[in-house]
Every structure is written in structure tokens, then in C-alpha cells.
Design a protein. Structure first.
Length: 142
């Protein structure tokens, strides 16, 4: 009986944690919808919730054959590197501006196509991946 009680408590905590996580309202807004490979790329990250948030990395995905594929793991790290960063704090109402050099993980120039940004948070031990905190609208590179 005590094991069942402990299981119910653990499930309740997990549900509450997921509720508070899903209430985070973070937006990713690019400065344009269409880019050339030589353009400067800027994104604003805004915490529109009333709660403190933190993210670990801003990643880039390209749509290939109707699937989203990660092409850049972290825009805040040089390509070809696996830098480890502390979480970036995002207080309520705060705007953080980041850039992307339009290169993939191997330092190759991003090719023409449809892209989006993904803001990743802490580790999800069930899914074995970082939690997706926000996704941008699609944008295009010519």
C-alpha cells in the first residue's frame, strides 16, 4: 500500500511539473521571413509568462522530405564544437537577442529551404532528450 501511495505522489508531482512547464509562454521571433545566405540572422527570445524560465540552447531545424531535421545543435556555440553552457536565465518580460551565422554543425553554409528555430530546456528523462520550450514560425533561406 505504501508503494502505491508513493507512486501516486510521484505521478502527482510529475503532472504538476508538466503543468507549470507548459504554462511558460516563450516566443521566438526572427527579424525576417526570407533570408539570403549572406544576410545577418537575428532572433528575439521573449518570456511572456509571469514565471522565471531558463533555456540551454537555441537550435536550428531544416525541413527535409516533410520532416524537421536538426542542422545546428546550438547557435550559441561555434560550429564543429560541443560546448557546454550554463542555462540562460529568462525572467518574465525579458527579451534576449541571439544571432545565427547560417552555418550547420559542420560549418557548411545553410542551403536554400524551409527552417525553424527550437528553444531547448532541461533534460526530459522519459523522452531522453531536452524539452522543447518554444518553436519559431518557419522562415526561408534562398
Amino acid at each position: 500500500m505504501k508503494q502505491l501511495s508513493n507512486l501516486l505522489i510521484a505521478l502527482s508531482v510529475a503532472v504538476v511539473a508538466n503543468l507549470s512547464y507548459s504554462q511558460e509562454m516563450i516566443t521566438l521571433t526572427t527579424d525576417k521571413n526570407n533570408y539570403r545566405a549572406t544576410d545577418k540572422f537575428v532572433v528575439n527570445i521573449v518570456n511572456q509568462s509571469e514565471h522565471q524560465a531558463a533555456y540551454y540552447r537555441l537550435s536550428v531545424q531544416q525541413q527535409v522530405n516533410q520532416k524537421w531535421i536538426f542542422i545546428r545543435a546550438d547557435t550559441g556555440c561555434p560550429c564543429r564544437s560541443k560546448c557546454k553552457k550554463s542555462p540562460i536565465e529568462l525572467p518574465p518580460g525579458k527579451v534576449i537577442t541571439e544571432t545565427w551565422d547560417m552555418k550547420d554543425n559542420q560549418c557548411a553554409q545553410a542551403t536554400s529551404g524551409k527552417y525553424r528555430l527550437v528553444l531547448l530546456g532541461g533534460w526530459d528523462s522519459i523522452k531522453k532528450t531536452n524539452r522543447t520550450m518554444a518553436e519559431s514560425s518557419s522562415f526561408y533561406i534562398e
